[in-house]
Design a protein around this ligand. Structure first.
Ligand SMILES: NC(=O)c1ccc[n+]([C@@H]2O[C@H](COP(=O)([O-])OP(=O)(O)OC[C@H]3O[C@@H](n4cnc5c(N)ncnc54)[C@H](OP(=O)(O)O)[C@@H]3O)[C@@H](O)[C@H]2O)c1
Length: 316
């Protein structure tokens, strides 16, 4: 595997260009039928495959993803991989409210550290913006934790451009995580130029469009259970679904020619995209992680990169 590390923003945090998304590790509020033991195996498969960034969040299983990762990483050298977590969800009884209050975020980090059985987070993201806290104040609180060594890099996720600019008033944001994929390309317009100008790293979420970009779907309609986050996802419905499947299938000859899977080609495309720091595909099985990690060995020529880009030109 290529020994290639990427640096997160202006922080000293390093990662492989491919990390592991863990919303299906303990994320029982997002997907049905998840098993804890499989979740732990997924994390271990990631670390054993040389992946150096685990992306988790309180919201995945309301702490359960972090707890399982805390178990899985026992026996691994904590300094050899990075953990990114996220918070902002305040749970009171049955209600969940987004809160970016400085004191709430500081407590959220402390709680994440306990669940993960670790003394620091490499990245902490404000998972969602609330509608009242000044974003620079929220980030200033995280910067205090950075000075204390409890977190090493500051991230924001799901922020509008205005919220990001407010959050980064003092130049303290290291990394942004937002939806971006070959079929969701809004970030190319305003976000990527801003991030480049401000030396901020970018992590796209849903890079495989929740499995759609792996080439495993044909035109047969798919139905997910009501308690699966894909249940009402428009990408899996009607004409849009058919258009995505058609575009993905045009990559088959290139995949065969390169002795790679379509998922590996797609992941390699992100790794060669200059706007992206770390791509974090999720997985339901350890075998998917092992296969996805091999994308780090797939090299695309400029022409191949352009060919993949062009296959999804209608989604720009
Ligand atoms: N910041 C945010 O608000 C936010 C939001 C969403 C996600 N995220 C993060 O982004 C990560 C990635 O998103 P995601 O996991 O939802 O979606 P994704 O990476 O686009 O797709 C992952 C899914 O694709 C399927 N898959 C993966 N590898 C495969 C392979 N080699 N062959 C066939 N199928 C494969 C698996 O589902 P099946 O086996 O069921 O098809 C897997 O769960 C998350 O895990 C999470 O860490 C962050």
């Amino acid at each position: 595997m290529k020994e290639r590390n990427v640096q997160i923003g202006k922080s000293g945090v390093l990662s492989t260009p491919l990390g592991l998304g863990t919303n299906a590790v303990g994320g029982t509020n997002l997907f049905p039928n998840l098993k804890d033991a499989t979740g732990i195996e997924i994390v271990k498969a990631g670390l054993d495959s040389g992946i150096k960034l685990l992306d988790t969040a309180f919201a995945y299983g309301m702490g359960h993803s972090e707890e399982l990762i805390g178990q899985a990483i026992q026996g691994y050298d904590r300094g050899s991989f990075a953990i990114a977590s996220k918070g902002a969800q305040q749970v009171t009884g049955d209600s969940v409210v987004i809160n970016n209050d400085p004191e709430f975020l500081k407590q959220a980090v402390e709680d994440s550290l306990k669940r993960l059985h670790t003394t620091y987070l490499d990245v902490f993201y404000i998972h969602f913006p609330d509608d009242h806290t000044p974003k620079d104040k929220a980030v200033a609180a995280l910067n205090e934790l950075k000075v204390e060594g409890k977190i090493k890099a500051i991230g924001v996720s799901n922020f509008s451009m205005d919220q990001l600019k407010e959050a980064n008033k003092d130049g303290l944001v290291d990394i942004v995580e937002d939806q971006y994929s070959l079929i969701h390309r809004d970030a190319e317009k305003e976000l990527f130029p801003y991030l480049k100008d401000h030396d901020i790293s970018f992590v796209p979420f849903f890079p495989l469009a929740s499995g759609l970009l792996t080439g495993k779907y044909d035109n047969s309609a798919v139905n997910f259970a009501d308690d699966d986050i894909r249940h009402s996802n428009p990408d899996f419905q009607g004409a849009r679904f058919a258009e995505i499947v058609k575009a993905v299938n045009t990559l088959k000859p290139l995949a065969e020619q390169k002795n790679a899977t379509i998922a590996q080609l797609v992941l390699a495309w992100y790794m060669q995209n200059p706007n992206i720091s770390v791509v974090i595909p999720g997985a339901k099985h350890p075998e998917q992680v092992q296969s996805n990690a091999k994308a780090m060995d797939v090299e695309l020529s400029d022409a191949e990169y352009q060919q993949i880009d062009a296959a999804f030109a209608t989604f720009k």
